[in-house]
Each structure stands twice: as structure tokens, then as C-alpha cells.
Write a protein that binds this ligand. Structure first.
Ligand code: PLP
Length: 448
């Protein structure tokens, strides 16, 4: 299988991969836990053979049926119905295909406070922190950052301290993810000018948390050590450090958990979805996802590629332009390749011409964070018809694309939307866009 994806300029990821491939296969290079003789499946199984934060990779899967009563008129009147128990499994997915529809992976139901895609991105990361006796986590985000809240809650659940650097001023009323961050973690508001230099800001704060006796350690070092540890049979390579530095051990997690280790949990989800009793491995599938840092989309793409699935990942770009997403993809993949040190992975990537994600514009592009009139009511209508809550910043964008693709009769592939969560984002938006939310008071608007 060779994915036909539009993306990275040939000489970016590919040249990185070729470089890594050469170094990975050189006689002097440590090859980690992976050797050249593994099959793709064995490679992925080894890669995913680790401790996880989520006890199971499962997610509920629903099917959204689409009714378009447009009847040739100009204005669409689309309505939806949620089949909460669709037929799944290799070969049976077609039985659901009487009407235009798409499937929805309900990662929004994974945790009441942690966004679905954050739970996935933190799935491998959190055990890595615990295994390395980390005491404090420093991260950053916008005032209503779902990522900061997810880190705060997940750290508190494990007895770790979190330090959340939030951009801008403290709001008058704490609500949504900001409220959750404040309840579970240590929130520090950072002036925008300082926040603009994120790396310096994070490093400086991490140093101050560590103090003179503590240490600031790198997440990527943990990941590399994890693979090397297994390869060389060393256990707890960092335990000695803990003895030497009994005080604080601080780790910086990138904004939006945009770290290579975040890809592992998303790849675990892909492995789960590709099982015979879910979507199987033969059916062509278009996965639709909304993108901020792009990490979730890249994890999906990498998982599908490594498992040789005929799946195409279509990511709606919300926070950046195509060049930014291409760079993010390149950085994440090369970081991942470096950590795994697997010649097989570099060989698999060497066959990809155009990256692992198809990046697309939102149907109505806008400045990140802006919502348009009518979108809150659209979320209201969908919530009332299906029981699925969307937010106008992220998941409504993926829903709209999934609806469009699900209606395309010429489309052979099944359409699957990953619901990334974001429910609590609505509270922050209600504070910021008062007039749009006041419109809800009159009920569902007839023009929708
Ligand atoms: C609901 C939701 N979807 C998607 C994203 C973006 O995910 P990623 O950064 O992995 O692209 C976010 C990030 O905050 C989010 O809250």
C-alpha cells in the first residue's frame, strides 16, 4: 500500500528520514528494541508494548446518519440521527450504508475533564513521567487551554504537581478549562510579550521550580532512554538520578502536548480501530480530525502508515497555515524517528512521498479562535438531534467536513470523524461571545 497523500516537500521529511535511515543502519548505531527483521505489525506491537495511562484503548463508536432535505433549494436543511449501536467489524460496516452517514469515534467520552485527544497524547507520556520519578510538570497554553487543564487534572490524579503558564491576564470569572486548570494545578498568567518566547519562558520557569537542588529533564531523553533501556536490558536508568537529586525533578511538556511521545497514544488508538471487530484493515477509510498543533493528526497518519492500512487522514487546519503544519509534521516525525532508532520505521517512511496527513482548510477559514454567527446554534441543533456536543472552534470544523464527505455518493471510503472532545471550551466561549450564546435562548433557529 502506498498512501496517496498531498504534503511534505520531498526533500524535507524524506531527507530527514534518509539521514536517519543511514545512521540507524550504520554498524555503530544502537538499534534500540527494533531490528530490521521485524514485520510492520511486530514493529507496531513492540512500539506499543509499554505502560499506558488509559487502561484500555477503546472508544465508543457511533454512526451519524445524514438527512438532507434541500430538495434542490439553495439553503441546506440537513439533519442528523445518531445510531449508537452500529454494526462494526470487518465486512459488516457496509450494512450500515443505506443512507449518507459517517462514523464518529467518541473520544470526547474518555474522561469528564480531559479532552479526548489530550487523553490520547498523554497516554504514553504520563507513565513515562511516573517511571522516571518526575515530581513537577511545566507546560503552557492560552487562557482557556484544554491542554493545560488536561495536564493539571492528569498530574493531580497521579500526585504530580503541575505548573501552567497561561497567556494573558487572569479573567474576571474563572470558567471552563481555565477554572479546571486553576482548581487542579498552579496557574501563572504570563504577559503576551513574554509568552511569545515560549521556549525561554518554559525553560526559565522550569529552572525556578527545580531550584538549586532539583533538575530539569527532557521528555525526549526519557523516550530515547526507554527504547535504549530495553535494547540493552538496563532497568530504571534514571533511578540513580533520583537518588542523587531527591528534590524536584521537573519536565517541560510542549504547548498542546506537541511532543513525539504524544504520537504513541494516538497510534495505539489506530491499532485498536484497525482490529477486525472494529473497522478492520481492508476497508478504505477517511479519518477526519480537527487540528491545533497537528500532533493528533500526525499520530493517526503514522499509525495508519506503520500498520499498512488503506486509511487517509484528513486534518482541518485551524491554528496555522499549511507551511506551519508541514513543519510541525516534519519535526514530530523526525523526533519520533530519532527516539525509536528503528531502521524499519525509517524504511517505512522512506516510501512516503508526501507525508502522512492530508491538510485541508476549514470550509470557512478564519483567524484561530474566532467563531461565526450561527455556529453556536449549529452546535445546539446537532446536540439536540444526536446527543453529541461539538464546539465551534474545533470539533464543528471536523463534523462539517465529515458531513460533506459522508454525503459524497462517489466516495468509496467510509468516513470516520475522531471527536477530540472540547466540551468545556463552550464555557469559555459563552463568556467571550455573549451575544452568540444569548441567541440560544430562543431555541433552535428555523433557518438551520
Ligand atoms: C477539542 C480539540 N480538538 C483538537 C485540538 C488540537 O489537537 P492537536 O493539537 O493534536 O492538533 C485541541 C487542542 O486544544 C482541542 O481542544
Amino acid at each position: 500500500m502506498r498512501l496517496q497523500l498531498q504534503l511534505l516537500p520531498r526533500n524535507t521529511v524524506i531527507s530527514v528520514v534518509k539521514r536517519e535511515f543511514l545512521s540507524g543502519c550504520s554498524p555503530n548505531a544502537a538499534q534500540g528494541v527494533f531490528n530490521c527483521n521485524l514485520s510492520n505489525d511486530e514493529f507496531v506491537s513492540k512500539l506499543l508494548d509499554r505502560s499506558w495511562a488509559l487502561s484500555m484503548p477503546e472508544a465508543k463508536i457511533h454512526q451519524i446518519k445524514i438527512f438532507d432535505r434541500r430538495e434542490g433549494g439553495l439553503y441546506g436543511n440537513i439533519s442528523f440521527l445518531n445510531n449508537t449501536q452500529p454494526h462494526l467489524g470487518e465486512g459488516t460496516v457496509d450494512k450500515n450504508q443505506h443512507l449518507p452517514s459517517f462514523y464518529i469515534v467518541r473520544d470526547d467520552l474518555l474522561h469528564p475533564l480531559v479532552n479526548g485527544n489530550k487523553a490520547r497524547k498523554l497516554d504514553a507520556l504520563l507513565p513515562l513521567l511516573q517511571d522516571n520519578f518526575v515530581t513537577d510538570v511545566v507546560t503552557c497554553g492560552g487562557c482557556q487551554s484544554a491542554h493545560a487543564a488536561a495536564v493539571a487534572v492528569s498530574c493531580a490524579e497521579r500526585g504530580l504537581r503541575s505548573h501552567l503558564l497561561l497567556r494573558g491576564e487572569e479573567p474576571e470569572t474563572l470558567t471552563g478549562y481555565n477554572l479546571i486548570s486553576s482548581l487542579y494545578g498552579n496557574v501563572i498568567y504570563v504577559p503576551r510579550s513574554q509568552y511569545a518566547r515560549r521556549e525561554v519562558m518554559l525553560a526559565t520557569h522550569a529552572e525556578s521550580v527545580a531550584g538549586s537542588c532539583g533538575s530539569v529533564e527532557g521528555l525526549s531523553d526519557y523516550m530515547e532512554a526507554l527504547f535504549a533501556k530495553r535494547a540493552f536490558g538496563k532497568q530504571n536508568v534514571f533511578q540513580e538520578d533520583t537518588v542523587k537529586f531527591p528534590d524536584r525533578k521537573v519536565v517541560i511538556v510542549n504547548e498542546g502536548a506537541g511532543d513525539a511521545v504524544g504520537l504513541l497514544g494516538v497510534m495505539r488508538l489506530v491499532q485498536y480501530l484497525s482490529q477486525n471487530h472494529v473497522f478492520g484493515r481492508k476497508q478504505a477509510i477517511k479519518i477526519v480530525v480537527d487540528s491545533g498543533t497537528g500532533t493528533t493528526a500526525v499520530g493517526l497518519g503514522l499509525g495508519a502508515l506503520c500498520l499498512g492500512l488503506p486509511w487517509k487522514i484528513t486534518a482541518v487546519m485551524l491554528a496555522d497555515k499549511i507551511d506551519g503544519y508541514k513543519k510541525a509534521e516534519e519535526r514530530l516525525i523526525s523526533e519520533f524517528v530519532r527516539s525509536c532508532n528503528s531502521p524499519l520505521l525509517t524504511a517505512i517512511l522512506g516510501n512516503v512521498n508526501d507525508g502522512v496527513v492530508h491538510w485541508v482548510e476549514r470550509s470557512i477559514p478564519r483567524k484561530f479562535g474566532n467563531i461565526l454567527e450561527g455556529e453556536v446554534q449549529e452546535c445546539q441543533k446537532i446536540a439536540q438531534q444526536t446527543g453529541v456536543l461539538l464546539d465551534p472552534i474545533y470539533t464543528l470544523a471536523a463534523w462539517n467536513l465529515a458531513t460533506q464527505l459522508g454525503q459524497d455518493a462517489s466516495e468509496d471510503a467510509k468516513v470516520v470523524m475522531l471527536h477530540t472532545g472540547g466540551t468545556l471550551g463552550m464555557f469559555g466561549l459563552a463568556q467571550r461571545y455573549k451575544s452568540y450564546f444569548q441567541m440560544l435562548k430562543g431555541g433552535v433557529s428555523s433557518h438551520l
